[in-house]
Ligand binder design. Sequence first.
Ligand SMILES: CC(C)(COP(=O)(O)OP(=O)(O)OC[C@H]1O[C@@H](n2cnc3c(N)ncnc32)[C@H](O)[C@@H]1OP(=O)(O)O)[C@@H](O)C(=O)NCCC(=O)NCCS
Length: 167
Amino acid sequence: MSITVRALEEPDIDETIQVMKEAWTYAHETWEKGHYPIEAHEFDMSLNTHERYTASMEYELGFFFIAEIDGKIAGSIRGEIIGASGFAMIRNIAVHPDYMENGAGRALMEHALEYLKAQGCHKVSLHTQAVLIPAVNLYLKIGFVPEAYLAKQWWGCDFIYMSIWLK
Ligand SMILES: CC(C)(COP(=O)(O)OP(=O)(O)OC[C@H]1O[C@@H](n2cnc3c(N)ncnc32)[C@H](O)[C@@H]1OP(=O)(O)O)[C@@H](O)C(=O)NCCC(=O)NCCS
């Protein structure tokens, strides 16, 4: 299975939205249910609009990469660099259930970190939840460390703030 990671382009947006909605619906059913309220999940899903994806894609300090497997969009990663600070946040990463456990998540994360390093970033952080076991495992394997525990953060749920320092 060959995985290609590249920047999101306008013709990819509708397929990427569909892939993200299906990936997160699966993630909610599989790992988040009972921990992350359905209203929270539905709110997050409502943000998957063509306008928002276009804005993310066009934002000069943003990054938005997709992974393709056999010509199909399998997953994506997006985030932003905070000005000239050398610090970046990853806002979302997900892989469609049909393509999970084939290396796409790792490929997306490695591609994003290489890009951010080339942009001069020294630190990259993200928020996650302990119940998102594949994600936490992926982050730890790549070299992220838990930096803070955020009790009753969004929607009253606990989050973990994880970071990696790029050499
Ligand atoms: C997290 C996610 C992006 C990983 O994508 P993926 O393509 O399946 O991951 P990969 O195949 O690249 O695996 C990379 C590592 O992730 C971890 N991992 C992946 N699937 C896992 C699973 N089912 N159980 C435990 N660990 C898992 C492993 O550490 C794996 O390394 P290994 O293959 O050397 O064991 C995917 O599971 C996903 O979309 N989850 C739902 C959305 C989500 O939680 N996003 C993160 C929000 S903070």
